[in-house]
Design a protein around this ligand. Structure first.
Ligand SMILES: Cc1ncc(COP(=O)(O)O)c(C=O)c1O
Length: 410
């Protein structure tokens, strides 16, 4: 038994305090638990922060991506341009609509979609074998590092194809949009989506938010998130003036966020700037601590990074262990680590549906072979950060290629 096991450093932990508890208790005592006034306030606060005309609270980012693609007109037989280096959600929502992902490889440095690939794909279109036409572009800000949006947006504008941002990891950070104008990730394209899943930069347990400046998209999403009912009916049980009659005008979904969750979200939102600062200071410490480690490849850094994830890559010819052994050894050292991402194109579903081979997306495959993610969250203490640094260095240095005792396990 490793002596560090008792002091295991979790890979991720939410930062929940009295403010969140108070908010939830207030809602529980209010008599109104599901979507209502608290969700409305949460939406208004997010819209004000990121500067979008509309913010629509949802029960997940997955729901938001689904509704955003639906609202911009993606349908059966269409193609949506994205990368395989992401979580299940980014591509499965494309399949919900009967469309197919058109995967592009990532930029090997940033792990984000490669802007030249987008430019080329939009001017060339899908091959006859792939079929369909590109109806939307879905860039993912992997780990919270903003994609090169200026170029991607310009390519979309030139092709007349709407852009939906998967900003699940990138709340609340800014980057350059068209013409170098700085704006929040999520607000740069036709619509953008944040995730408030338990490990994200702010959380509601499960939840998400879609932001857009388009009245038309907002109207459609608002309709489809609650059963395709023609108008807001959330107050139909509590207000004397409420109209009980409604009409279903579409086969919609059940994607609304509860007031219980929104209360947590409002308290988290008030702390979002402090959370971001703490994540940034942990990232700065990791970057400095591993700067001289030639057996590790550091993540692409940027002042705009949200640092939802801090990833390292092993340099394979400098170490005698592979990524899997690195992950195992760190876990044995009491350090929670994870892997982001297992590329979608090597998953059985996508392999079977589209006939992908692992080497179809070499940058994504190479990143996956070598990458692991370290703990990074606001409640991680300086002492824990130093233990993570020491743990990574000690495991790696014990397995440096060329060391007389390298390769010995332990
Ligand atoms: C890149 C990315 N997009 C979308 C999602 C979906 O978020 P949610 O769990 O809120 O549906 C995730 C979740 O981890 C994600 O990592």
């Amino acid at each position: 038994m490793n002596p560090n096991t008792e002091r295991f450093i979790p890979f991720a932990l939410p930062s929940i305090g009295e403010e969140e508890e108070r908010g939830v208790v207030e809602v529980l005592r209010s008599g109104w638990l599901t979507t209502g006034p608290v969700a409305k306030r949460f939406e208004a606060e997010v819209a004000a922060l990121v500067g979008s005309r509309h913010a629509l609270a949802l029960n997940s980012a997955t729901a938001g991506l689904h509704l955003a693609l639906e609202a911009v007109g993606v349908g059966a037989g269409d193609r949506v341009l994205t990368t395989p280096y992401t979580f299940a959600a980014s591509a499965e929502v494309i399949r919900y609509l009967g469309a197919s992902p058109l995967f592009l490889d990532i930029d090997g440095e940033t792990l984000n979609i490669d802007p030249s690939g987008v430019e080329e794909a939009l001017s060339r279109g899908p091959s006859p074998r792939e079929g369909g036409s590109i109806r939307a572009v879905l860039p993912v800000h992997v780990g919270g590092l903003p994609c090169r949006m200026e170029r991607i947006l310009a390519a979309c504008a030139a092709a007349g194809v709407p852009l939906v941002e998967d900003a699940a990891h990138a709340f609340p950070v800014r980057t350059e949009g068209l013409g170098g104008r700085r704006a929040y990730c999520g607000t740069l394209g036709a619509a953008g989506v944040y995730s408030f899943y338990a490990t994200k930069t702010i959380t509601t347990g499960e939840g998400g938010m879609l932001v857009t400046d388009s009245d038309e998209i907002a109207r459609r999403v608002s309709l489809m998130r609650l059963h395709g009912i023609d108008r807001e009916v959330w107050n139909r049980y509590v207000s004397r003036d409420a109209e009980w009659r409604y009409e279903i005008v579409e086969a919609g979904y059940k994607y609304n966020l509860t007031d219980i969750a929104a209360a947590i979200g409002r308290a988290q939102l008030a702390k979002a700037a402090d959370f971001l600062e703490r994540r940034r200071s942990i990232a700065a410490r990791y970057l400095a601590a591993f700067a001289d480690a030639d057996y590790l490849r550091l993540p692409a850094a940027s002042d705009d990074h949200a640092w939802h994830l801090f990833t390292l890559r092993i340099v394979e010819d400098r170490l005698t262990i592979d990524r899997d052994e690195m992950v195992r050894s760190l876990m044995d050292h009491g350090i929670g680590v994870s892997v982001h991402f297992i590329p979608l194109h090597i998953m059985p579903y996508y392999r079977n549906a589209y006939g992908f081979k692992p080497e179809d997306f070499p940058n994504a495959l190479q990143a996956y072979r070598t990458i692991f993610s370290l703990p990074i969250y606001p409640s991680l203490t300086d002492e824990q950060v130093e233990r993570v640094v020491a743990g990574v260095r000690s495991v790696a240095e014990r397995h440096r290629r060329g060391r007389p005792d390298a390769g010995r396990r332990g």
